[in-house]
Design a protein around this ligand. Structure first.
Ligand code: HEM
Length: 127
């Protein structure tokens, strides 16, 4: 896991716009993914996109909107309603890796983001 100084160095580099591009590129792939698509409530995709974006912004050194609106993340608990197998975890990471490329995140930032996202995804596995 990257240290906190590295984590909070990301937002000043890619800004709000970088997170908007990244999370939009991720959610563009979700509806048609045969494994992850059915997990996400169709009418809630825009709201889900905002929740993930605000969380990543907060976690990588940006404004605390996520905390203000959702409180403590408790991510494992919030993922408990979904059956997340290792295969689903790998798919989530694959979609996110593709989104990182598509959003043209600079390599030094990728080096910080990728391990955090991959390790957090492993932590979500619950079935
Ligand atoms: C391991 C595979 C994962 C799967 C299958 C998965 C799936 C989901 C689903 C179905 C939702 C509900 C959508 C919504 O209404 O917000 C959700 C919410 C969320 N996920 Fe994941 N997720 C995964 C990993 C992650 C990871 C690695 C992170 C963070 C780095 C993350 C962050 C979030 C956040 C912040 C929310 C919204 C929580 C809330 O405030 O209610 N997820 N996820």
């Amino acid at each position: 896991m990257p240290d906190e100084a590295a984590m909070s160095s990301v937002y000043p580099v890619i800004g709000e716009a970088g997170f908007v591009r990244l999370v939009a590129a991720f959610y563009r792939q979700v509806p048609t993914d045969e494994l992850l698509g059915p997990m996400y409530p169709p009418g809630e995709l825009a709201a889900a996109e905002k929740r993930l974006r605000d969380f990543l912004v907060y976690r990588f050194g940006g404004p605390q909107r996520y905390i203000e609106e959702r409180g403590h993340p408790r991510l494992r608990m919030r993922h408990a309603p979904f059956a997340i197998s290792l295969v689903a975890r790998d798919r989530w990471v694959e979609l996110m890796d593709r989104a990182i490329m598509e959003a043209r995140i600079p390599p030094p930032v990728v080096a910080i983001m990728q391990p955090f996202l991959a390790e957090t995804a492993t932590f979500m596995v619950n079935s």
